[in-house]
Write a protein that binds this ligand. Structure first.
Ligand code: CP
Length: 299
């Protein structure tokens, strides 16, 4: 999201809006990317991102292939660059990569010619998630400018938080963050976020309340005493939501740890747009594939 201007973001969101309707047709397929080859290269687990990129590509008639770290020759010691060069030798048009190392997608762009899409790199960015979050909020609220967005939880290890802070701030929202001190990196104000002393401060009058999963896989040692204590002080529950605007949207990038960062009645409540986020993920990823290919073809 660091690369994009507000105009770029609106262009992608408008393109995603135009593609969204395709997913509600009885025949969910257009010829836009026929003949294009797209490789999903995921070094970390994923349900939503991997599947929605694959569905997006298939709905646009591209040929898609999936490769994961556990089934690739990375298991035999092949480096990321060597693996990518070998993929390149098969001439795919787009490689979509998720990797535990921040900067892995950027590194690949220096070594191979195929277009690279970042599907989440370490603690750095998850741009397609931020775009689907923007699309969901824009659909519900009409505009982003002037909204108050509260992001609660493990900010330090969350690439979603980093991309969302950049994206929502660029479009004029006030982004507030809250969580345990051990989950707060030092550079948040530079990204555009307002660091709040408490979750209550963050959610007060908020238009959007977003909870984040604790990224235990990115922590060598536990940074919180217990999950029970975390839930008590930082979990999003209906009592806390009384401080937010009555029409506040409840968001989560998934996967949700119910009863930890969010109570089930909130995750499944009428203000929750968590599954709308997933639906919009397909439209946003269709737009990204289309635009990365130069916006060619007919929808
Ligand atoms: N939001 C998100 O990245 O979910 P997955 O890890 O399931 O792709």
């Amino acid at each position: 999201m660091e690369q994009f201007s507000p105009a770029d973001i609106f262009y992608i969101l408008d393109t995603a809006n135009s593609f969204k309707e395709i997913s509600s047709r009885s025949i969910k397929k257009v010829p836009t990317l026929r003949g294009k080859t797209i490789v999903n290269f995921f070094f970390e687990p994923s349900t939503r991102t991997r599947l929605s990129f694959e569905i997006a590509a298939k709905r646009m008639s591209a040929d898609t292939f999936n490769i994961s770290a556990s089934t690739s020759s990375a298991q035999k010691g092949e480096t990321l660059i060597d693996t990518a060069r070998n993929l390149q030798a098969m001439n795919p048009d787009i490689i979509i990569i998720r990797h535990s190392s921040s900067g892995a997608p950027a590194l690949l762009t220096r070594h191979i010619q195929s277009a690279i899409i970042n599907a989440g790199d370490g603690t750095h960015e998850h741009p397609s998630q931020a775009l689907l979050d923007l699309m969901t909020v824009r659909e519900r609220k009409g505009e982003i400018d002037g909204l108050k967005i509260a992001i609660v939880g493990d900010i330090a290890h969350s690439r979603v938080a980093h991309s969302d802070i950049l994206a929502f701030s660029k479009l004029g929202a006030e982004v507030r963050v809250a969580g345990p001190a051990t989950f707060m990196p030092p550079h948040l104000e530079m990204l555009g976020a307002k660091v709040c002393d408490s979750v209550r401060d963050a959610v007060t009058d908020a238009d959007v309340v977003m909870a984040l999963r604790i990224q235990q896989e990115r922590q060598d040692d536990p940074l919180i005493p217990t999950l029970r204590e975390y839930s008590r002080f930082y979990g999003i529950n209906s009592e806390l939501l009384q401080y937010a605007r009555p029409d506040a949207l409840i968001m989560h990038p998934g996967p949700v740890n119910r009863g930890v960062e969010m109570n089930p009645d909130v995750a499944d409540g009428e203000r929750s747009v968590i599954l709308e986020q997933v639906t919009n993920g397909v439209a946003v990823r269709m737009a990204l594939l289309y635009l990365v290919m130069g916006g060619e073809g007919n929808s």
